[in-house]
Design a protein around this ligand. Structure first.
Ligand code: 3HC
Length: 277
């Protein structure tokens, strides 16, 4: 399997980052997002990121943007990487549409944080060619891609995607399709517990984050990291863990839900646990 033409669906921070690293590997990228202005904003983000890469003496990046084409609709490609919001119904609808449009040989991948790959595969006629490619934010910087095999993902598809990940300059780690996979099964309860510590007045947000940064050598504390990920995404992932594993310990902290209800989604809305003027 070769993936020379890659359709990235969703031009938010994850989709834009994915488009950037795929284009940087020399492949043609079609970037599609149905929300007006989303691709434009995504391309502006890629431009800023490429400036950072160049500023630290990375390889010249001038041709990266030329390999990314805005698409106004779903188009045929060898590989689709979906990076839309964490909404199972929306993802299933997209996978159904892509299955009808993309060639039978194409692989359909999802950057989902937690939605089961097996259920996305089930709405298609090619479950053996559906797989999870879970990138980490910021995509151009973080090395990991969690590769998730659905129940019916073929060995051939998994091997081809692992090879692609390496070719993107990233490190694959394979996981099976259980709620939250590995990364978010560990990360989200950590963030959730930090939110409980804040809610219960154990410490102020800054102190909680300082403890994780200086005590565990994490680059960001859990509350600042939640702001980076988006509190709405954190709640969505906790809901999946809670429903999928059936254990009350995974219920989202009420403070996270309240902030989301108030529109305090983190960096993207200008305020979460912290303010981003
Ligand atoms: N594009 C390109 N380069 C970038 C960049 C971007 N978007 N953002 C940062 N960089 C580069 C900078 O140029 C800098 O390069 P240098 O070290 O060579 O000078 C380097 O990355 C570090 O950046 P900064 O000095 O600006 O800032 P920091 O030292 O704070 O590092 C960070 C930024 C790498 C983002 C660091 O804060 C970090 O690792 N944070 C944790 C991120 C994390 O845990 N992400 C995982 C989220 S979970 C997820 O995504 C999964 C989902 O399912 C929830």
């Amino acid at each position: 399997m070769s993936f020379e033409r890659v359709l990235v669906v969703g031009a938010g921070q994850m989709g834009a980052g994915i488009a950037q690293v795929v284009a940087a590997s020399g492949r043609q990228v079609l970037l599609y997002d149905p929300f007006p202005g989303a691709v434009e904003r995504g391309l502006a983000g890629i431009h800023r990121s490429l400036e950072k890469v160049e500023a630290k003496g990375g390889a010249p990046t001038a041709d990266v943007l030329t390999r990314i084409t805005e698409s106004t609709e779903l188009v045929a490609a060898d590989l689709m990487i979906e990076a839309i919001s964490e909404d199972a119904a929306a993802k299933e609808e997209l996978f159904r549409a892509a299955d009808a449009l993309l060639p039978d040989t194409a692989v359909l991948a999802s950057n989902t944080s937690s939605i089961p790959i097996t259920s996305l595969a089930a709405v298609t006629s090619r479950p053996e060619r559906v797989i999870g490619m879970h990138f980490f934010n910021p995509v151009p910087v973080l090395q990991l891609v969690e590769v998730i095999r659905g129940l019916q993902t073929s060995d051939e598809t998994a091997a081809a995607i692992v090879e692609l990940v390496r070719d993107l300059g990233k490190v694959p780690a394979e996981a099976n399709d259980f709620p939250g996979f590995v990364s978010n099964r560990i990360l989200m309860p950590f963030i959730n517990e930090a939110a409980y510590a804040l809610l219960e007045g154990v410490a102020e947000a800054e102190a909680i984050d300082t403890i994780a940064k200086l005590g565990f050598a994490h680059p960001l504390g859990p509350l600042a990291l939640a702001d980076l990920i988006g509190l709405d995404t954190c709640v969505a992932v906790m809901d999946v863990l809670h429903a999928g594993l059936g254990n009350p310990k995974y219920a989202p902290c009420p403070l996270l839900r309240q902030y989301v209800a108030a529109g305090r989604l983190g960096r993207k809305s200008g305020r979460g646990f912290y303010e981003y003027p």
